[in-house]
Ligand binder design. Sequence first.
Ligand code: SAM
Ligand code: FES
Length: 354
Amino acid sequence: MKDIVDRIYERQNIEFEEFKEIMNFDEAQREYLCEKARERSIESFGNYIYLRGLIEISSYCANDCLYCGIRRSNRNAERYRLDKDDILECCKMGYGLGFRTFVLQGGEDGYYTDAVMSDIVYSIKNLFPSCAVTLSLGERSRESYKMLFDAGADRYLLRHETANEEHYGRLHPKNMSLKNRKKCLFDLKALGYQVGCGIMVGSPYQSIENIYEDILFMKELEPHMIGIGPFIRHKDTPFRDFPDGGVRETLLLLSVLRLIFPKALLPATTALGTLDPMGREKGILAGANVLMPNLSPVGVRKKYSLYDNKICTGEEAAECSRCLRRRIESIGYRVSETRGDYGQINIHVNDKES
Ligand code: SAM
Ligand code: FES
């Protein structure tokens, strides 16, 4: 067992047979894998964790992804959107709390035309020049991505969801395609964004072969960030009766990804914290190095309901930020005060003992 882990550690690559074996690890074996993943994480980032303030800007969505609680067909979903002033207000609050990255995430909402969105991005960068802006607004045209990049956006998160055509087709309506999703990711990268892809672990119909294909796709894309969290069912979606994804599987995959992508930004996600009260801490101890506290106004949080029982929907931004800082310190890590850009974040490494 140790051989496999050590081999992946050295080679930064994994064969399918090795991956299959790892996904069957028992707890003691997982602990060794975790240790090696933590070692890599500390090498790249010291014991620093990077915080990204998440602002959920809209629950309107033109898409109908079968897993998602804010899908167009969900008549029970409560819809809201934040305008420029609301968003700037969240950023002000976040800046005061020490955040230097704002992630603007939302459904595919036609309100945010290129002109509207560019103005929002430009205004944030103008008011907070030391901060990074990450967008997560789904599929747009290359021209649109270019405009937003020119307005100052630094990063873009677009989970590919699965790299397998057939599996993609089972998670999405017919008008969506994996081909376009991948094209978006390569366009974003070519334009100069720091790019994040990712998947839900345990999504309906997902096989272990599918996850291995995801790893191969990631090797091809070479993303700067990889967002993975367990699938969690939502009561008003066609996937309401599917089981939730596993915390154990998510942690195993996080560790594998850390070994293969030593410098990638890997968040311990809210979905992981939703299925296990210590999920985010366990994620960090498995090799993750990013947390994304919620900065959305409390009044709208419950409406950004992607899955059932989502945590942090009642807390003020300041509470979430305090809570996460405490959690990070309780496991011997520290919060970085920097923007935490890919490739530039090992500036802390030399003072990791201090
Ligand atoms: N519209 C943008 C997009 O599609 O990338 C951003 C918002 S979308 C809601 C963000 C992510 O939430 C998706 O990429 C998906 O992986 C995740 N998500 C949606 N429904 C989920 C569920 N039921 N369980 C876990 N994660 C979910
Ligand atoms: Fe939001 Fe703990 S992180 S309340």
